[in-house]
Ligand binder design. Structure first.
Ligand SMILES: Cc1cc2nc3c(=O)[nH]c(=O)nc-3n(C[C@H](O)[C@H](O)[C@H](O)COP(=O)(O)OP(=O)(O)OC[C@H]3O[C@@H](n4cnc5c(N)ncnc54)[C@H](O)[C@@H]3O)c2cc1C
Length: 490
């Protein structure tokens, strides 16, 4: 869907990059190039408009590298990425005034504060006879495009995805723009934005990532060239390299679009290079991303308010010490601690482990899911307003199509099942590396001699469990019962 009218051919146009930091299959850029105007390629670092949620620390790290990559790609194409900071509307006005541009192109966003801002800007510019056209560059289907027979949005994933697959835009992807023309405009320096952490620089473990469009396309190629075959069976194995694609931060910043992934996977399946069951399963995970965006669109407070109202009665605890132990990977449960340390060290965590640590926080510790959402927002390179809030609510039991609250993940058996080799825990909790497999996920069960031989003193070199699994599980179930009672009484 495209909104807006025709533009004249002479004055420059602004392409406003936001969550679409790529030159290929970028509908707004594609349309702007097709208008044959000189282009001002603009990114605005807006930490001033009220109500916008600012990037967390790890996302800022990624944004810094992603913008450097985009600037390099644009330069190689013969143009310039203009960087400005400040309130989006004021920056746009300033750039429009100084360049005489009379058109703006952008790809749409779906969280409410950004949508409202875009609507205000569009109304204002249109009134001043500046043409604004917007496009879908972020989703296979925009939230309003997939409706139930009754006319509402889907609240359950399986029927959603069945219907969504039928609605996907049949267009071919747009190739990369290799030549871009436009005037030079005063630009700020990325170095002055302070996106890269310095005091201290905690990002030294992030080096395996290659932010930017080239990094995204290379990762997709590598994944589709091999690891995708086996995805259905391996995707729950954090101990295996490439058990999943690792594309989430690239998708978050729009260095690759979902239609590029969709087309590439289908091409691989048609050529017989990708097994249908693996290809389709992988695409259904991309479908969860779509579903989450729909939930966010229709529930703007998804990051803070329970989707399922009855959870307002949940007797969550307050316990700063336990929350801190969880954040630092010091709970005494190796699978939980390995996950939280992977997050801190690399800015990312495997999906299976995200579910385990989220279940641990909301059930074993009985702490509100919003605390976890906020910590992930700050520490994930892929922190996403839709995926993060929908997934936290899913795990906590308060979300749409959620895992029932009474399904409490057992961090010990989840460890033995999904980190069978123990490589994952040994990598992120190296103090446990010499423990035999049998005790790796429950070190407190090892006898003194075994612990001594492995160089472990519980409570000193590695924490004792901060809660007893069975007692904590029962406490969670009891809390859930009181919620049910209160809900039924109200
Ligand atoms: C508590 C919790 C918080 C999460 N927070 C985020 C977040 O902030 N950002 C984020 O992108 N994902 C989040 N997820 C979803 C999921 O864990 C990640 O998308 C996935 O681990 C990314 O790794 P990948 O790219 O290798 O995934 P792959 O398995 O290769 O999947 C491909 C793509 O599909 C999408 N996807 C996969 N699983 C999900 C899912 N369950 N929900 C929505 N989209 C999915 C992602 O865009 C992903 O890149 C969260 C999950 C949980 C349980």
């Amino acid at each position: 869907m495209q909104s807006g009218g025709l533009v004249s051919q002479s004055a420059p146009a602004i392409v406003w990059f936001r969550e679409d930091l790529r030159l290929s299959d970028n509908p707004a850029l594609h349309a702007a190039v097709a208008s044959h105007r000189p282009l001002i390629l603009l990114y605005i670092h807006d930490e001033e408009t009220d109500g916008l949620r600012h990037h967390g620390g790890a996302s800022k790290w990624w944004l810094d590298k992603s913008l450097r990559a985009l600037a390099g790609d644009i330069e190689a194409a013969g143009a310039q990425l203009t960087l400005r900071s400040g309130k989006s509307n004021e920056v746009l006005d300033a750039v429009l005034n100084v360049t005489g541009a009379d058109a703006v192109f952008w790809n749409r966003r779906y969280d409410k504060p950004e949508r409202d801002l875009d609507a205000r800007i569009k109304a204002d510019l249109t009134e001043r006879r500046i043409d604004v056209t917007s496009y879908n560059g972020r989703l296979l289907n925009e939230p309003w495009a997939v409706e139930t027979n009754a006319g509402g949005y889907y609240k359950v994933f399986t029927p959603y995805w069945k219907q969504a697959r039928q609605c996907i835009n049949a267009r071919d992807t747009y190739g990369r723009h290799k030549t871009l023309n436009g005037p030079d405009v005063d630009s700020e320096s990325l170095d002055d934005w302070g996106l890269h952490p310095t005091k201290p620089d905690w990002s030294t473990g992030f080096d395996d990532w290659t932010p930017g469009e080239d990094g995204a396309l290379a990762r997709l190629k590598e994944f589709l060239d091999g690891p995708i075959n086996g995805y259905k069976d391996n995707r729950d194995r954090p101990d295996l390299d490439w058990s999943t694609s690792g594309l989430s931060p690239h998708l978050r910043f729009g260095e690759i679009g979902p239609l590029q992934i969709w087309r590439a996977v289908h091409a691989g399946m048609e050529a017989g290079n990708i097994h249908e069951k693996d290809g389709m399963h992988f695409l259904s995970e991309v479908g969860w991303r779509e579903f989450s965006h729909t939930l966010l669109y229709y529930n703007p407070d998804l990051a803070t308010e329970n989707y399922n109202d009855s959870f307002q009665h949940m007797p969550w605890r307050t316990d700063e010490t336990a929350l801190d132990a969880w954040k630092k990977g010091q709970t005494g449960y190796p699978m939980v601690d390995a996950g939280m340390r992977q997050l801190w060290q690399t800015g990312w965590m495997h999906n299976r482990v995200r579910m385990i640590v989220a279940s641990f926080l909301t059930k074993h510790l009985l702490l509100p899911w919003q605390e976890g959402e906020k910590w992930f927002w700050d520490t994930l390179v892929d922190a996403d307003p839709a995926n993060n809030s929908a997934s936290w609510q899913w795990t906590a039991g308060s979300g749409a199509d959620a895992a029932p609250y009474f399904r409490v993940f057992n961090p010990i058996s989840q460890g033995t099942k999904f980190d069978e080799s123990g490589d994952y825990v040994r990598r992120f909790c190296p103090e446990l590396k010499d423990l035999p497999d049998k005790y790796l996920h429950a070190p407190w069960e090892a006898d003194k001699a075994t612990l001594k031989k492995a160089g472990i003193t519980l409570g000193e070199t590695y924490p004792k469990p901060i809660v007893d699994h069975s007692a904590a599980r029962q406490r969670a179930l009891d809390a859930y019962d009181t919620l049910k009672e209160k809900r039924d009484a109200s």
